[in-house]
Structures are given as C-alpha cells and as structure tokens.
Design a protein around this ligand. Structure first.
Ligand code: SAM
Length: 282
C-alpha cells in the first residue's frame, strides 16, 4: 500500500491508537480544566436546550466532559449515552460521571446502531475527524425523535486557531507530505458555510451557527512546544523526528517567531481560539 495516499480505514486505525495514547493527558490538561476552547462545553450544552427527561447521545464523547455537563441537566427519567472509538477515553468518561442512567459504548460514529431514538445529540470537537461526515449526520438524523435537536462544536479556521497553525505551518513548509493528501484537518469545518452545507445536506432544518472567540494561555514557548508535540502532533511526531534534529530545530525556530505576535509582556503566549457552535432541528 502507498502510505502517501489517504486511506480512511488506515486513518481510523491510527486515530484509535492516537486517542488511546493521548486521552489521559487530553482530559487532565485540557478538557477537564475547561480552559481555552473547552469553555465551549457549557455553551454547547446550553444551546442543546436539554430537558430533564431527554434521552441524549454524546457522539464521540471522548473523556466525557460534555456528557458530564449534560448529566447536570438530566433528571431521574433522563438518559445519557456516550459513544467513542477510544476505549481509554471511554474508561475516563465512565469513571468521571456519577449520573446513574448513563451508558458508554465503544462505537464508530460512521456505524452507529441503536434501537432507541434520541431527543438531543451533542458532538464536540469530533465532526472533523469523521471521514464521511455526511454519512454520520444522516444516520444520526435517523435515530432522532421528530422534534429532536443536534448541537455541534467545531474549531474555527486555520487563522482563527493559531494554536494549531503556529507550529503546523512550519511543519507543512518543511514536510509538505507529513500527512497523506486528503487527511481530515482540525479546521475542516472552520468556515461556517462548510458547516452549514454539511448539516443542511443531511436534511436538518433551522440551522443556527454562532462563532465564539475564547482565549487560551499556552504558557511559555517551551511549554507550548512540549504540549503541542505530545498532544496535537503526537500522531506525526515520529515522522517529523525522522527528518533529523536540524529540521526539527528549524521548525521550532520558525514557530517561535510566529508565536511572538501572541506573546505577552510576562513571556506567556495567549492565543485567540475561534469556535463554531451549530444547532439544528431534525
Ligand atoms: C477532540 S476529542 C473530543 C472528545 C469530546 N467530545 C470532548 O469534547 O472532549 C475527539 C474524539 O473523537 C473520537 N473519534 C474520532 N473518530 C471517531 C469515530 N469515527 N467514531 C467515534 N469516535 C471518534 C476520538 O476517539 C476522540 O475521543
């Protein structure tokens, strides 16, 4: 097989391994702290308008931060189901949620199967990772109540999320084929028009998309670099390192120059972080 060709199956296998590896630090350093983009968790759940007796699906629930917030809105007759590809992430979700009527299952969003219907479906920072988003949204629509509502959070554009682009741009400049062409990117739905089209094509109506800009303090450049390389760039780190120390040093130097425009007087880097939250009716 040519490894330079994007293969959705290989991509998904890599995705499972990557999320199993990074889930604990993702939870501890980002999601659970509700910092930067994770200020969206409360906004997303608020926009889903959860009622106490709702049956809610958290699609690609990860380590369960959205599920936990949902559970605070549910009463005795409510139900919460979280699905994800990563077993490690699911185990963190299970152990962090005390709501009794909650269930977590290992499931591919592209192959969801349920014999119940959901009142609400929430999905935070995962839509861009699904190779066939249209298929996911159409099948989600098929397992929703007639008056159901979906609420989705995605990252903004490359320019709107400089945390990603400040290091990724120099990586791509030096190693343009670091990922096979066509591999889904974090900012795939950063343009509200693309997000709208995808949701609309799946048959949802009354689509509303709101943009939020949160702030994320990444600490010093060294802290930002170390965090980025072990989380966001975890799946491509060995490929970068294989190009040798000189190239790694060049990437780091260029990233440091790019980061300087976000550096405050105290030496820490503060990035703006655009997030889109879309809601739509079934
Ligand atoms: C950035 S995390 C978001 C997790 C969680 N929604 C949150 O807000 O913290 C992305 C999650 O998507 C999951 N994921 C990626 N592709 C998936 C797929 N095809 N089906 C189910 N989960 C998937 C990953 O395992 C990971 O837990």
């Amino acid at each position: 097989m040519n490894s330079d060709v994007y293969d959705p199956v290989q991509y998904k296998i890599g995705s499972v391994a990557n999320w199993n590896a990074v889930a604990p630090s993702y939870h501890k350093n980002w999601a659970e702290k509700q910092i930067g983009p994770f200020k969206s968790t409360k906004e997303l759940v608020r926009s889903a308008n959860i009622r106490s007796n709702d049956t809610v699906l958290d699609l690609a629930c990860g380590t369960g931060v959205v599920s936990k917030e949902v559970s605070h809105h549910l009463g005795k007759t409510g139900m919460l189901v979280g699905v994800d590809l990563s077993r490690v992430a699911l185990s963190i979700a299970k152990s962090s949620i005390s709501f009794p009527n909650s269930f977590f299952a290992e499931m591919d969003a592209e192959n969801i199967g349920f014999c119940i219907n959901f009142d609400k479906v929430v999905c935070q920072y995962a839509l861009m990772f699904f190779p066939d988003v249209g298929k996911v949204l159409r099948s989600v629509k098929g397992i929703m109540e007639k008056d159901g509502k979906i609420a989705v959070a995605v990252h903004g554009t490359q320019e709107g999320v400089p945390y990603f682009s400040t290091i990724m741009n120099p990586i791509l400049f030096h190693i343009p084929d670091i990922r096979p062409k066509g591999t889904p990117t974090s900012y795939r739905f950063g343009d509200p028009n693309d997000l709208f089209k995808e949701i609309s094509n799946a048959g949802f109506s009354n689509i509303d998309i709101r943009k939020y800009t949160f702030q994320y303090n990444a600490g010093t450049f060294e802290e930002y670099w170390a965090d980025y390389m072990t989380t966001t760039a975890n799946s491509i780190r060995s490929k970068i390192e294989a190009h040798g120390k000189r190239m790694l040093a060049a990437i780091k130097k260029e990233a440091k120059i790019a980061a300087s425009r976000f550096t405050k007087n105290d030496g820490s880097i503060e990035f703006p972080w655009d997030v889109l939250i879309a809601t739509a009716d079934n």
